[in-house]
Design a protein around this ligand. Structure first.
Ligand code: NAD
Length: 438
């Protein structure tokens, strides 16, 4: 199949490279010239494990190419995927569909022969209808269908997720589109990936429902963690005790500083708006979003409390900045709120992240000092905070850390260490939801 991917970010590039790896002929398009130039030089603009090799081998095999000009590739395509960003709209939190509709207009101009236009971006229910209306208005003559194929990959494990998905959701309104989509995903039938054929609107909503549910799970266990701290219980054991129940499942029950990233925060907000607009408010999700928002800054206060009630003039070492390990993505990372809260409290911040430093520099205030590694980061610090559970922070030489720090205060917002072990080394140690009775 000939496929065009409009938008070559985390989703577009991974999907494009994986489709090429299935044997399809893929052209990835992006508006950002620097991104396409980098890709054409063989450089990968994002950090995603395994992506560089996958892109290189498929480009070398002639199945994957990059361009800023979609006209030619779209004219030849069987399917054109829209994988552009759908960030929160300023002001009301609804999904900003400007990029999606702009892409739809550009695609419309170049359609030639039957083409399926597929929204892979996460888009509110009804967006497919609007894409169809836009394209039809510009090209009454064109033969096309609009389908929804939401993407469920996780950054950091994106290739594995794409190639071995729990399910593929395809929302289409006609048989011809369904057949094209089936041909595109046929290589995955070998892995017996379940394909869920639904209506377009159902597919659009499924993505939001899934993300909102995962965000709810995280927020639920975070509230249990707060309660555990007050009653002397251990949230990790509570989570295990809950998660071993198959009806609940153990995933997404890790207490921490609140969810962040490029999806959950904006997708919960967008779902809330959609539900309100349709007169059926999603009250649980509204609460989840509010609780999570407050939690991130509360984690800053947790650090302040660990420092004896004030961080004014103190140096805090922040270990990990990205919203989760194995990505360089800083969008809506909890570190943003935590660092800001600490700066507001008068702290000096030293920070280190294995992959996210470049993006962090653009996202965090200028006063932050960026360090070369974890040990450099904790040097002369009054307290260290683990914000992201990168593997390299899981096995720090704690004796060395203690020696380097001004005072041995460790706040572990990801519960990566065993409290007794760290305390035995002479640290004042604070974690999340592993309460001890006074
Ligand atoms: P991204 O910001 O990394 O990439 C979007 C790309 O689209 C950018 O490179 C941008 O330059 C490009 N673009 C915008 N308008 C364009 C146009 N008209 N023509 C060509 N290129 C254009 O975003 P992302 O993280 O890949 O997310 C894309 C969509 O996928 C979003 O709707 C997101 O919610 C969804 N999604 C993301 C993830 C994730 O983990 N990042 C997972 C599942 C779904």
């Amino acid at each position: 199949m000939k496929i065009v991917m409009v938008g070559s970010g985390y989703v577009g590039l991974v999907s494009g490279a994986c489709f090429a790896d299935f044997g399809h002929d893929v052209v990835c398009v992006d508006k950002q010239e620097s991104k396409i130039e980098a890709l054409n030089r063989g450089e990968i603009p994002i950090f995603e494990p395994g992506l560089s090799e996958l892109v290189r081998s498929n480009a070398a095999a002639g199945r994957l190419s990059f361009t800023t000009d979609l006209a030619g590739p779209v004219a030849q395509a069987d399917a054109v995927f829209i994988a552009v960003g759908t960030p929160s709209r300023r002001g009301d939190g609804f999904a900003d569909l400007t990029y999606v509709y702009a892409a739809a207009r550009e695609i419309a101009q170049s359609l030639d022969g039957y083409t399926v236009i597929v929204t892979k971006s996460t888009v509110p229910v009804g967006t497919g209808d609007e894409v169809e209306r836009i394209v039809r208005e510009l090209r009454p003559d064109a033969a096309f269908s609009v389908a929804s194929n939401p993407e469920f990959l996780r950054e950091g494990a994106a290739i594995e997720d794409f190639k071995r998905p729990d399910r593929i959701v395809i929302g289409a309104e006609d048989e011809r589109a369904r057949e094209v989509m089936a041909d595109i995903y046929r290589p995955l039938y070998l892995n017996s990936a379940p394909i869920l054929n639904t209506s377009r609107r159902t597919a659009e909503l499924t993505k939001y429902a899934a993300n909102a549910f995962l965000a709810t799970k995280i927020t639920f266990i975070n509230e249990m963690a707060d309660l555990c701290e007050q009653v002397g219980a251990n949230v990790q054991d509570v989570a295990r005790g809950m998660g071993l129940d198959n009806r609940i499942g153990g995933k997404f029950l890790h207490a921490g500083p609140g969810y962040g990233g490029s999806c959950f925060p904006k997708d919960t907000l967008a779902l809330i708006k959609t539900a309100q607009d349709h007169g059926t408010p999603a009250r649980i999700v509204e609460t989840v979003a509010a609780v999570n928002e407050q939690r991130k800054r509360a984690m800053g206060r947790k650090v302040v409390a660990a420092c004896g009630g004030s961080v004014r003039g103190k140096t805090i070492a922040v270990l990990g900045l990205t919203f989760k390990p194995n990505t360089d993505d800083m969008r809506d990372a909890p570190s943003l709120a935590i660092v800001t809260a600490l700066l507001d409290g008068g702290a000096r911040i030293r920070a280190f992240d294995p992959e996210g430093m470049q993006q962090a520099k653009a996202a965090l205030p200028g006063e932050v000092v960026y360090c070369t590694d974890a040990y450099d980061c904790v040097t002369e610090a009054d307290a260290a905070v683990i914000v992201t559970e990168w593997n390299i922070f899981r096995a720090l030489d704690l004796d060395r850390v203690k020696q380097l720090m001004k005072s041995a205060v460790l706040v572990d917002l990801r519960n990566v260490y065993r409290a007794e072990q760290v305390r035995a080394k002479g640290f004042q140690y604070t974690d999340v939801g592993r309460g001890i009775l006074p």
